[in-house]
Design a protein around this ligand. Sequence first.
Ligand code: NIG
Length: 401
Amino acid sequence: MSTAPNSTLITNIAEVFTADATQSVIRDAAILVEGENIAWIGPLADAPEADIVIDAGHRAALPGWVDSHTHLVFAGDRSQEFVARMAGQDYAAGGIAVTTAATTAASDYDLTRLVMGRAAEALAGGTTYLETKTGYGLSVEEEARHARIASTVADQVTFLGAHLVPAGMDAQEYTDMVCGEMLERVAPYVQFADVFCERGAFNEAQSRQVLEACAKAGLGLRVHGNQLGPGPGTLLAVEFGAKSVDHVNYLDDADVTALAGSWKGWDAATRTGTAGTVATCLPACDLSTRQPLAPGRELIDAGVQIALASNCNPGTSYTSSMAFCVATAVLQMRLSIEEAITAATYGGALALGVQDRVGSLEVGKRADIQLLNAPSVAHLAYRPGMNLTGPVFRAGVLAAG
Ligand code: NIG
């Protein structure tokens, strides 16, 4: 079979885990890339010819990670808060204000460099599609600046002006500002909006106001919910048709039932139909804040689509390692390796609404492929903490490794 110009054959792959609907594993495989996209995947013996051949060295291949929850726009350091937490202090949302002060003091140049550096670290770790949020600005000017900087680096930006009520400001007055002038200034740079619906942050009425205003502005929605205790975040996310509710540490039966109900119009076997609200589990954050792990196993068993994301931020989860999240989900949340990888790739893509383009290795999708310095994807959990990321391809181009 001859192929179009600019084709690359990645050959000698020990196994490919595609994260497609059938959860295919192809051993002794090859992948043909044409331009930005995957043109063919199959057994090496049947591989077509190509302009360029890259020998994968008997490594395993899988989709690049889709990290659907990060807070990369920040300056400063909160390691002392972390040390205090390890010594027994509880996590409190108030630490966000510390980061806001340090970030506000950073110049555009410094802040951009910091965000770019973090995105480069994520890419080197296999992340080929990256969401990030505002939320450390907490004023109209700063939120707009953070959104603008984020939009130059990340694939998707989420507006999280409703992260914390700044000290000295009335909660309702601030919520009105988020829904008014701030939203207007930030909207050109963002695709989604989020609200931290939690004690110490925004209550149900305020969260509802934010979600209504942002939906009206045409933004997709997500919610930080049920992170520090039971609360209305998950039910609100489902009610508003949010693409995801993130954290989900403290769910009750009604929350799980509502999440599962949101997926009733989705056929998981064919991945067609109307997607519901993804429950995004953030295991690195759960460990760093010593919260109970999100119930990923129970959610999957209830028919809820889950995502795994890093939640990279300076307060609760200072890591962009999706491999660490996958290993933790297998070792601690009792997901299979295939479930965990799928949650960290296709699940993230669902949470961001880009599942038709990225998140699995399928013909026609973007060629976002990571090779592991290991012969099987099981090594991701079998050898936790090891840096197994090899060459990373993004849109068909060798981007790291
Ligand atoms: O997702 N939950 C709210 N926001 C971040 C933490 C922010 C911080 O403490 O800096 C999170 O965990």
